[in-house]
Design a protein around this ligand. Structure first.
Ligand SMILES: [Zn+2]
Ligand SMILES: [Zn+2]
Length: 348
């Protein structure tokens, strides 16, 4: 206790924001993260599609982080990995984009009462509520022109897209179980302004294991928030949202992760982007853990010493083809638009 007080004081003096969070013991040897949904991978039993989902098994907890882009594909991948959705502890939905949520219907068909953490958004699809004092009243109006006949309930509830689901909206960074924190941030990027996103930070005695969905608020901001819990970042996996970023922006992000934040291991996927995979692979070397769909990242002692660590290129040719096909079909991140703009600029 005394040591913790000293640490907090030292951090305060150094001008660093620190959050007091429980540290769980070192991840036991069976701890792992299994990638259940992504558009690249080398596991022939898994279907590839744009989107993200991962099962985080750590220190006795089984957490489903996001649910992919298509309920049927998600169900097929769950089956291929023999995962029992009735025994998960809870679900985290990182944000309201469909490539992270569409498999929730399958989860609920198997486990209708499972606890689901989702960002709290006014009038959003996860449901919300407001005190009825939020709207202006006009008592001069006849009763039939007034909301609720002039007698509104104290709290007005707004429905969720999954009516009977056990959704718990999360408004601010919260430690939801000992050592397990949901980092809540808001995007300020054009196109996703005001989008709320949750990231999962597990505080182990070997540092933070951080799982991000799309990192719309910015991967650097999320890592900064994680470092306030524990300055040692052991692993980051998920989408870093640099899929249309320029080489300069990618280089800056890679340098921040490696040199400023001193991230120990990196296992990027989803919307991180092909050029960012390449740049991270080059920067992190054998601390780059391949995280294609179907891969299990071991979190126990000697993490990364098994599996495909440091092996070959992060992407194979057929994965690249999948990415390009998806990007062209739906232009989900404005890839084509960005390319057109670049072409236009190069004509100036
Ligand atoms: Zn997104
Ligand atoms: Zn996404």
């Amino acid at each position: 206790m005394k040591l913790r007080t000293t640490l907090v004081l030292a951090a305060a003096l150094a001008g660093v924001a620190i959050m007091v969070s429980t540290r769980i013991a070192a991840a036991d040897p069976t701890s792992r993260i299994t990638i259940l949904y992504d558009a690249f991978g080398a596991d022939a039993a898994m279907k590839k599609d744009w989107g993200f989902s991962a099962l985080v098994e750590i220190s006795g907890k089984r957490i489903l982080f996001d649910t992919g882009n298509d309920s049927d594909i998600f169900a097929a991948n769950i089956k291929a990995k023999n995962i029992d959705l009735t025994s998960i502890d809870f679900v985290v939905l990182s944000h309201r984009h469909s490539d992270h949520m569409a498999g929730l219907n399958h989860v609920l068909s198997v486990n209708p009462t499972v606890k689901i953490y989702a960002p709290k958004e006014g009038f959003g699809i996860y449901g919300s509520s407001l005190p009825s004092s939020f709207y202006r009243k006009d008592e001069s109006l006849p009763q039939e022109m007034r909301y609720y006949d002039g007698k509104p309930p104290e709290v007005m509830k707004f429905g969720a897209a999954w009516q009977r689901a056990n959704i718990e909206p999360v408004d601010k960074t919260t430690e939801i179980a000992p050592g397990i924190t949901l980092i809540a941030l808001v995007s300020d990027a054009p196109g996703t302004k005001e989008l709320k996103e949750l990231s999962l930070a597990v505080n182990t005695s070997d540092g933070i294991v951080l799982v991000v969905g799309c990192a719309h608020p910015g991967i650097e901001r999320i890592v900064e928030a994680a470092k306030a819990i524990n300055p040692r970042i052991r692993l980051i996996t998920g989408g870093f949202h640099l899929v249309v970023a320029s080489d300069e922006v990618i280089a800056k992000a890679v340098a921040a992760l490696k040199d400023s934040f001193k991230v120990e291991n990196i296992a990027p996927g989803h919307c991180t982007g092909e050029p960012t995979f390449a740049a991270l692979k080059q920067a992190f070397g054998d601390r780059y853990l391949y995280a294609g769909v179907g891969t299990s990242l071991p979190l126990g002692p000697g993490m990364g010493s098994v599996g495909r660590r440091g092996e070959g290129p992060a992407l194979e040719e057929n994965d690249l083809a999948t990415y390009r096909k998806l990007a062209q079909r739906e232009d989900p991140f404005g890839i084509l638009r960005a390319r057109q703009q670049r072409t236009r600029l190069s004509h100036l």
